[in-house]
Design a protein around this ligand. Structure first.
Ligand code: UD1
Length: 422
């Protein structure tokens, strides 16, 4: 008997109504979990999304000596008993980009760290030279092996680091490394993403001294090693999950409330949705999103925060696929991040790629078909596209979606969409 892997089946839906709650951000919680390596004690993280990447990060932390247990559906208890082995076992090699985030905390607290090469969604090359060069400037020696990376430093020292690019991961790694460095570390051209700010806020509540949170210059005054304290922290709302439900109502039509969305973190995107014809009204606890007419095509470019995030792009492409006219997206962060376009074409989308630019000519309706998920955000965007496709859209390789989405199917069903997991 052939056992089929799980898939998501989407039928044409809309108008959508009701409300949906946005959980905490994957791109924040994984880094917050890694930060528990910095100090002994009990931590409680709330608003934690129930996603498989959290499970994987838990396993990595468990292998290093941090215990984890769920206190409730969105509340995670972590215990760093001080008995940490700063080496990630090879079999714990995982597919997460965020696995590199244990490097900074381990190195700065324990004087050495061995980690596996990080994985993550395949957007073309994803180098880690900025992480490595920054730590070297702080006095670390780093050996990059075929399978793993070994870093050593008796004690890191504060220095000035100007990042060639405002890399999210490099900013976070250097920031966590700097909290126990001797002296002052200045990170210029730092990433300003809300998830980086969330990590800064948690580190401050643990006792770290960080100036310039939310700006492109972070100044970290190093503390005595081991002097930080454990804490309780609420994970910042996931702007990409919020954008996903907004994209769903944008294409399918309707009137929904996206609760707990932090609109101040999504200004550029909300302006863009408005230009496409989606009415977006910030409210006390989230944002009301209504869409009653066919969307208008636009041109946009992906940029580091506060620009349009590259993670929003597949959702915007899904919207452009059914908009009136021709629009385009120019990718400035990951030039290889267009793999999913082929899957949209299977649904009848009209998309041409020129280098790092995709031009999309809107069609009135997509055609239900079978598609495969290439990465987390593209997976969610294919589900959104299925809402405006005739017949049935069958989505395979959905494990990618589970890495970053907390009950996408259930939440869309709650809005009246016809989406099933089989
Ligand atoms: C994080 C997010 C990812 C998001 C990306 C950009 C996580 C787990 N992932 O990824 O969802 O799409 O931010 O917002 O938080 N770069 C280098 N050298 C480096 C590091 C990065 O050249 O050492 C380049 C990258 O190739 C890319 C750009 O910098 O062109 C931005 O990457 P970065 O911000 O580091 O992304 P991640 O932290 O990997």
């Amino acid at each position: 008997m052939k056992i089929e892997s799980p898939r998501i089946v989407v039928r044409r839906s809309g108008p959508l109504t009701g409300s949906v709650n946005v959980p905490g951000a994957k791109n924040s919680v994984l880094k917050l979990m890694a930060a528990t390596l910095l100090a002994e004690g009990d931590y409680v993280l709330t608003n934690v999304p129930a996603i498989t990447d959290v499970q994987k990060m838990s396993e990595t932390l468990n292998s290093l000596g941090v215990a984890t247990e769920w206190l409730g559906p969105h509340e995670l208890h972590l215990v760093n008993s001080g008995n940490i082995t700063p080496e990630v076992p090879f079999e714990k090699f995982d597919k997460m980009r965020a696995s590199i985030n244990v490097l900074g905390p381990l190195l700065t607290h324990y004087g050495s760290a061995r980690i596996n090469w990080p994985g993550g969604d395949d957007f073309g090359g994803r180098p880690i030279n900025l992480h490595v060069e920054g730590l070297q400037r702080m006095g670390a020696t780093i050996d990059e092996g075929l399978y793993d990376i070994f870093a050593h430093a008796e004690r890191l020292k504060g220095t000035n680091i100007e990042l060639a690019l405002p890399s999210v991961g490099a900013t976070e790694n250097l920031l966590t490394a700097a909290v126990y460095a001797k002296g002052v570390t200045v990170i210029d051209n730092a990433a300003r993403e809300p998830e980086v700010q969330d990590l800064c806020n948690m580190l401050v509540s643990m006792g770290a001294d960080i100036e310039g949170i939310g700006t492109s210059r972070l100044v970290i005054h190093g503390r005595e090693r081991g002097s930080l304290k454990s804490t309780k922290h609420t994970v910042v709302a996931d702007r990409v999950q919020a954008a996903t439900y907004m994209a769903a109502v944008a294409v399918a039509g309707g009137d929904i409330m996206v609760r707990s969305a932090r609109t101040e973190h999504m200004e550029a995107l909300l302006n863009l949705y408005a230009r496409m014809g989606v009415a977006v009204t910030p409210q006390r606890d989230g944002v009301r999103v209504t869409s009653h007419e066919r969307l208008r095509a636009i041109d946009f470019i992906t940029e580091p925060y506060p620009g349009i995030a590259t993670d929003y792009k597949p959702l915007l492409v899904a919207m452009l696929c059914v908009s009136r006219g021709e629009g385009s997206v120019t990718e400035t962060l990951f030039p290889g991040r267009f793999k999913y376009i082929e899957e949209f074409r299977r649904l009848g989308a009209s998309i041409a790629i020129y280098g790092n630019k995709a031009t999309v000519r809107g069609v009135y309706e997509l055609i239900g078909s079978e598609v495969k998920v290439p990465d987390i955000r593209a997976g969610a965007a294919l589900v959104v596209a299925g809402l405006v496709a005739s017949g049935e859209t069958v989505i395979r390789d959905i494990a990618h979606i589970d890495r970053g989405y907390d009950d996408l199917v259930g939440k869309l069903n709650g809005l009246g969409a016809d989406v099933t997991r089989v």
